[in-house]
Ligand binder design. Structure first.
Ligand code: SF4
Ligand code: SF4
Ligand code: FES
Length: 321
């Protein structure tokens, strides 16, 4: 890939030929606001990412760099244009609570550009037919990120833009049926993609005190996951974009099945069968009548001694890892 030279906010920098201005800016640590941009799939519909290129306003997520470009990412003209766009978006954008408003990117940008965040109207009509996801059309700004997340990225094709050509244009599920009756597989990709924090959201979402990064404990794929933790309990999950196995995506278990972590019945210490208790169903006995708690050292020593026993009896081929 060839290199070109461009002026980025007055500084000469090297850019990869064919990369977008958004990509270039991110590589140089310059933040450009985005709403509809979905990693790898730019649809160029919201225009909040506009920058000045040789004196013209261009969307940075779909405009490729070329030799000698003069790019301004935060000029007065850019700021004014973004402010106008935000005013238009805010005309049809409300939230149901302060918490939802606070996690909304549009509201965050509005405050940054000197505007009031979206109004809070708790009593709007929502689609709450899905067991885990809530759809609030009053918060939707039609950025279409959910359509890309569901159709292009997850290959589920549940969400589409319907009612084209008039003021009725909106997001719909399958053949315009309630989300809970649609063919949704509850992967949550649309929820994680939605920039509003409230249009498509986890039904039981609450703000977290901190976010921890870990590996999803379910299967062996090794998906990276971020858990929101509040008062020592996991309260939501989202895919970690840095994970090579999942690149930010999760399945229904990883996204919505984390509650077992908070269960008081969850085993947190190894158990060893009590002497003389045969294998089989518990048959009404408590788990502690059948097993006793052990340390990890004791449990691992026991497993190692059992493996050695099998090898000496049947040979190494009897062990499969
Ligand atoms: S949860 Fe997954 S399958 Fe369901 S609508 Fe959202 S992206 Fe599509
Ligand atoms: S539901 Fe969210 S992601 Fe989908 S179009 Fe509306 S604002 Fe965009
Ligand atoms: S982020 Fe570039 S047009 Fe929406």
């Amino acid at each position: 890939m060839g290199m070109v030279k461009v002026l980025l906010n007055g500084k000469e920098v090297e850019a990869f030929e064919g990369e977008t201005i958004l990509n270039l800016a991110r590589r140089y640590g310059i933040e450009i606001p985005t709403l509809c941009y979905y990693e790898g799939f730019a649809n160029g519909s919201c225009r909040i990412c506009i920058v000045e290129v040789n004196g013209r306003l261009m969307p940075s997520c779909i405009t490729k760099v070329s030799e000698g470009m003069r790019i301004e990412t935060e000029s007065t003209r850019v700021a004014e244009a973004r402010k106008t766009l935000l005013k238009l978006l805010l005309k049809n954008h409300t939230h149901r609570s302060k918490e939802e408003q606070m996690r909304c990117r549009i509201c965050g940008y509005a405050v940054k550009y000197g505007l009031e965040p979206a109004p809070i109207i708790p009593s709007v009509k929502v689609d709450d037919t899905h067991p885990a996801i809530l759809f609030n059309p009053s918060a939707c700004v039609m950025c279409r990120k959910c359509v890309i997340a569901c159709g292009v990225d997850q290959n589920n094709d549940v969400i589409a833009v319907i009612g084209r050509g008039g003021s009725g244009t909106r997001v719909g599920f399958d053949l315009d049926i309630p989300m809970g009756m649609s063919s949704c597989v509850s992967c949550g990709a649309c929820v994680d993609a939605c920039p509003t924090g409230g249009a498509l959201m986890e039904k039981d979402w609450v703000p977290a005190d901190k976010v921890i990064e870990t590996t999803c404990p379910y299967c062996g794929t090794g998906c990276q996951v971020e858990y929101g933790v509040r008062d020592g309990k996991v309260v939501w999950a989202r895919g970690g974009a840095y994970g090579p196995a999942n690149e930010g995506k999760l399945c229904v278990k990883g996204k919505f099945g984390y509650q077992y972590v908070n269960s008081p019945e969850r085993l947190t210490k190894p158990l060893i069968r009590r002497p003389g208790v045969p294998k089989g169903p518990l048959n009404g006995r408590s788990i502690h009548e059948v097993f006793r708690e052990a340390t990890w050292e004791e449990a691992l020593d026991l497993v190692a001694s059992k493996i050695k026993e099998i090898i000496s009896k049947y040979g190494p081929a009897a062990i499969g890892v």
